[in-house]
Design a binder for this molecule. Structure first.
Ligand code: ARG
Length: 582
């Protein structure tokens, strides 16, 4: 079995710990905090000493004595209060890198116990185009979906379409008001439907009676009114088609296109369970569940509104039930704006009280907002909501300006240039998003987000394309990969950097933080740059060195492509730059 440097090292420690009768939980290394001193460090002796009331340096010395016998280890020492600093032999790193180069997963293992993970990261709504608020959900969600899958879990993504709330009644009421009935509804396209929704929104803000009417129609729709259902079905179909096209542009994949409406029947069951367990009560005509009060006030959850309609909270609770009963979810992840955290705390609590998801891990991965340069949520110039399609167009315009004109480069007509523009623009948008911690908001930067320099998507795409071109040249000259040789510091540093890939992927999975992968990809691309500056391939001193460096370059290319893929970013074979670019 292929094993990463780090796992191999952990195993070495493990047998030493066993031999010394030390608690095996502490037999782990991490990449060194002092790369100038060592490659890896183990801090286990400190923790053990505390537990065993012994001197940490003494424990560390015993471990070090045994490590010293290992030929794979070049140097090992006890430092400070009891840190163990470990440096690997070049032969060992080289051999491990050779092994990694043979594996399509680059030595990255899989989890022992795959879990069924339902992922909720869409949340689009009927009659509303995707806006900037939907960007992070799709981008982060898709990346996490790919990461979970790659490490061996079984993610099932569900778009969770917002198709059952009061906006449905608002749109239907507006159509009836303007047309007199719902007979023409099926003629309306997404623009027309969005227009009705906008008008309804304005009307319902000003007019309490209009709002009442919308609520009544929503409740009747939910109760099964056939006329309303037929018109609603059309609104839903048209909206689904529209957002599907946009998710395709973003490369976000949903296995399921269920909506809040699909939770209607289970919602009735949930309401029944609450009643039977004596957890619900009627309050002012509505059926509610009161939640235990902790240090922060928890508002009650509304199961049935006073008008008989069911809302966002109960459909979400019922959806948990469906995901457990039908999809056998062992874990449900919600990638949703962190401003909805109270909602998720409430529904998670209720699902626990009702016992509908025993032993299922429910997690809200709350993200911060995409902001404008003023630090407030991104808006259009006139203060409106920024459509996702507009944002993508703006980004593409920007990227297009840095591209050659169609047919300026052989083989790149308008179609090819546009395809490249899209790959770069989407890559830039996604990377700008994913390089940040999820919980932090970030400023959408239209000036630098697509630079070929700096911590950007295009920088990494460019690194891939540059290596592609090196590989093409090597192939043309008949150079083939050979065994890894580590003769200088840059080669060694690059190989060690490559050895961290598994750790980066698994940490990103554990922390649900694609930024760990974005960060690692960026530093790997930088390490390659450093390497390539001092270590030419085609003009290396001898053939063996050239062949070894070629393999390192190819490995970095494969690693970067894999990492970009885990971020949901495409890696074009070739990157172009406008010749007159300043
Ligand atoms: N449709 C919701 C909104 O626009 C987001 C849904 C998120 N997912 C969920 N299961 N609540 O705010």
């Amino acid at each position: 079995m292929i094993q990463s440097v780090e796992k191999t090292l952990n195993n070495k420690l493990l047998s030493i710990f066993n031999e010394l009768n030390l608690d095996a939980r502490f037999a782990v290394v991490k990449t060194s905090d002092r790369p100038d001193l060592s490659d890896y460090q183990c801090n286990g002796a400190l923790a053990l000493a505390k537990m065993m009331h012994q001197n940490p340096r003494e424990i560390a010395s015993k471990i070090v004595a045994l490590l010293q016998k290992d030929a794979d280890i070049a140097a090992v020492s006890v430092d400070g209060p009891g840190f163990i600093n470990i440096s690997l032999s070049n032969a060992f790193i080289a051999a491990q890198t050779d092994v990694m180069a043979q594996d399509s997963r680059l030595g990255i293992g899989k989890v022992e116990k795959p879990r069924q993970i339902v992922m909720d990261f869409g949340g689009p709504n009927v009659a509303k185009a995707l806006h900037v608020g939907h960007l992070r959900s799709a981008v982060i969600g898709e990346s996490l979906r790919r990461i979970e899958k790659f490490v061996g879990h079984h993610p099932v993504s569900d778009v969770h379409f917002g198709d059952w709330g009061t906006p449905m009644g608002m749109i239907l009421a507006e159509i009836i008001r303007q047309d007199g009935n719902l007979e023409q509804t099926e003629k309306y396209d997404i623009e027309a439907i969005s227009q009705f929704y906008k008008q309804a929104n304005i009307r319902c803000k000003e007019d309490e009676a209009a709002k009442e009417e919308a609520r009544r129609i929503t409740a009747e729709l939910q109760a099964g009114n056939a006329l309303y259902r037929k018109a609603w079905q059309h609104l839903r179909d048209v909206s689904v088609a529209a957002v599907k096209a946009q998710y395709d542009v973003l490369g976000a994949h949903f296995d399921l296109w269920l909506g809040e409406s699909d939770a209607d029947k289970p919602s009735r069951e949930v309401i029944e369970i609450a009643k039977q367990k004596g957890l619900s009560e009627v309050d002012d005509g509505a059926t509610i569940i009161r939640l235990p009060q902790t240090n922060k006030p928890m508002p009650p959850v509304i199961l049935v509104k006073s008008d008989g309609g069911i809302g966002y909270q109960v459909t979400d609770i019922a959806t948990i039930k469906m995901r457990v009963d039908d999809l056998h979810a062992e874990e449900i992840l919600y990638v949703v704006d962190k401003r909805q955290s109270l909602h998720f705390e409430q529904i998670f609590q209720v699902s626990e009280m009702l016992g509908i998801a025993p032993d299922v891990k429910l997690q809200h991965i709350g993200f911060g907002t995409v902001n404008g340069s003023d630090g407030k949520p991104f808006k259009t110039r006139d203060g409106g909501v920024m459509n996702l399609a507009d944002l993508i167009e703006m980004s593409k315009d920007k990227v297009r300006r840095s591209m050659p004109k169609p047919n300026e480069v052989e083989g790149y007509g308008e179609k090819e240039i546009e395809a490249l523009v899209t790959q770069i623009a989407i890559g830039a948008i996604k990377f700008q998003d994913l390089k940040n911690n999820i919980a932090a908001g970030y400023v959408f930067d239209l000036d630098d987000f697509a630079n070929f320099e700096g911590k950007t998507g295009p920088y990494i795409q460019y690194a891939v394309a540059r290596i592609n071109s090196i590989l093409r040249k090597a192939a043309a000259q008949g150079l083939v990969e050979g065994n890894i040789v580590l003769e200088n510091a840059d080669e060694r540093a690059l190989a060690l950097k490559l050895a961290q890939i598994e750790n980066a992927v698994f940490r990103a999975e554990a922390d649900k933080e694609p930024s760990i992968i974005a960060d690692y990809a960026y530093t790997l691309a930088q390490a390659f740059s450093g390497f390539y500056n001092t270590c030419p391939i085609m003009s290396a001193e001898n053939k063996n060195l050239a062949a070894a460096r070629l393999k390192l370059a190819r490995l970095v290319r494969d690693a970067l492509k894999l990492l970009l893929d885990l971020l949901g970013i495409e890696a074009p074979e070739v990157m172009l730059k406008a010749s007159e670019e300043k």
